[in-house]
Design a protein around this ligand. Structure first.
Ligand SMILES: C[S@@+](CC[C@H](N)C(=O)[O-])C[C@H]1O[C@@H](n2cnc3c(N)ncnc32)[C@H](O)[C@@H]1O
Length: 482
């Protein structure tokens, strides 16, 4: 059901395969018709795995297994199986770069199903190895990443009707999994298509298949490799003086930006005041180092988070001093990763210093997103919510007097006020990005509760300050004025 783990006892493992986990026995019983065949396959896979690290097949293999057993369960001619068959396959235009990964996936699926010849695929409606390649192409072209309300990826979602939506790098709609407050998880339509702006009758609903904070070249690369097309949306075809995804601050600090220099075209100027960037080699070096470090730190995030954090801590200042703007790649992605690493550390290493660094990082990330994504985009809304929540965390040792002056984040009531303002803005955007009907999804409802709590706290602060001021005034005026 993709719901959260119960607070008490956590998720329970299937006693047979010891792999799939459920929140309770009702959830487990509901899934049994789907899990039965999967359970055997998972046990066999684990028994023949070369190492503990490979004891569970990847999520694409497991999802394809469910699709194939599901087609048998529902019937090969059932609407369910037909919808899957009717999804678009890009087998004929498969990119050489995707060939190896899709072949590997096909071999893994065959092993997972336990079949040893193409004939044995027939009960699944696959008459040849080519049909399996087609299915894998449909799968990679049409599936969605299933996310938690915080947008953390938690799995794969197959929804053939929604997969009919084409792509734009400036989409008018988004796919979200907001988690509704009422319906039981069995009935809940997990996936929602939410309009980001008014969509006129007859106008095409377009979603984005890729991260739209990435620069054009990286978006185009992924769209070509995974989805086999060249994007010609407005954002890809419109010539702009400087894209905020790849920009430097004006060297004269006039507030304008300069496009990134390239090896072929090193001369770059501020689009506002025309000031040229001096040392373009240093900028190119910083960008190259930043790109490599981002790949390395992303790969290390869960394996060796301390090393990943060391990388992000070292490289962010290099990119910043090269003049890279907070919305630009790879600084934006690096800031986001740094924020995730800091948040993961907070429960064990909560100090004023680490909390303040986390707030500053979250503020930079959120500011970077403001110039790239429209108001109400779920990514922007979640980032603002995270910033607000971080600002609302109790300060372990707030600085006082001159130590506190002019610092960001501020301390005491000023910090709470900022938390309140960020959460109010986040709530407004969550209602857009996750839908008003469910109160902006689970996150929208949590943020709403945090706002109410802060209102009370701020009320106490305000009345506390008011009382203190009145006491001071009264003390100055002397006893008779009381
Ligand atoms: C998830 S499917 C979208 C639905 C598909 N157009 C259909 O009719 O079933 C993704 C595929 O649609 C095509 N597509 C989606 N957006 C496109 C776009 N903006 N330009 C060109 N082709 C696009 C590509 O072939 C891509 O691999």
């Amino acid at each position: 059901c993709a719901g959260p783990a119960p607070a008490e006892g956590g998720l329970k493992r299937c006693p047979k395969c010891k792999t799939v986990r459920y929140c309770n026995s009702e959830c487990q019983n509901r899934d049994w018709a789907w899990h039965k065949r999967e359970c055997d396959a998972l046990q066999k896979w684990a028994a023949t795995a070369p190492s503990a690290e490979h004891a569970i097949p990847g999520e694409a293999v497991r999802c394809l297994g469910r699709i194939l057993w599901g087609s048998q369960k529902e019937g090969l001619d059932s609407p369910w199986a037909q919808e899957i068959r009717m999804m678009q396959s890009n087998r004929a235009s498969l990119q050489p770069s995707a060939f190896e990964s899709q072949t590997h996936l096909a071999h893994s699926v065959v092993r997972y199903l336990g079949v040893s010849s193409p004939q044995e695929l027939e009960p699944y409606g696959l008459r040849s190895a080519g049909d399996l390649v087609d299915l894998i192409s449909r799968f990679t072209t049409n599936t969605f990443t299933l996310t938690a309300p915080s947008l953390t990826p938690i799995g794969i979602c197959v929804a053939p009707a929604v997969a009919l939506a084409n792509h734009s790098c400036d989409p008018n709609a988004v796919i979200v999994f907001p988690r509704s407050p009422s319906a039981s998880s069995a009935k809940e339509p997990l996936l929602h298509v939410v309009a980001l702006r008014e969509i006129a009758v007859g106008k095409e609903v377009r979603i984005s298949y890729v991260d739209t904070t990435l620069p054009k070249a990286l978006r185009q690369k992924e769209l070509k490799e995974v989805y086999s097309f060249v994007c010609q949306c407005k954002l890809c075809s419109r010539a702009v003086p400087a894209d905020p995804r790849e920009a430097l601050w004006c060297p004269k600090r006039c507030g304008g930006i300069c496009p990134y220099p390239t090896e072929d075209d090193p001369l770059t100027r501020c689009v506002k005041c025309n000031a040229p960037i001096g040392d373009t080699d240093a900028v190119l070096d910083a960008l190259r180092v930043g790109e490599e470090a981002l790949d390395k730190a992303t790969a290390l995030q869960f394996r060796d988070p301390a090393k990943a954090k060391q990388l992000t801590s070292n490289i962010i200042p290099i990119l910043t001093s090269a003049g890279v703007t907070p919305s630009s790649h790879p600084l934006l992605a690096m800031t986001r990763l740094h924020q995730e690493l800091l948040i993961a550390d907070l429960p064990t290493a909560l100090s004023q210093e680490t909390l303040d660094e986390t707030v500053r990082t979250a503020a930079k990330y959120s500011a970077g997103l403001q110039s790239l994504l429209p108001k109400g985009h779920p990514v922007r809304a979640v980032a603002l919510g995270e910033l607000g929540k971080l600002l609302a965390v109790d300060e372990p040792s707030p600085p006082s007097g001159s130590d506190a002056a002019g610092r960001f984040p501020p301390s005491g009531p000023a910090r709470l006020k900022l938390a309140y303002e960020s959460l109010v803005k986040a709530h407004e955007e969550l209602l857009i990005g996750f839908g008003k009907a469910g109160g902006g999804g689970q996150l929208g409802r949590e943020v709403r509760e945090a706002i109410v709590r802060l209102e009370k706290e701020l009320g106490v602060w305000t009345s506390g300050i008011r009382n203190a001021l009145e006491d001071t005034r009264a003390a100055r005026a002397g006893p008779s004025s009381k």
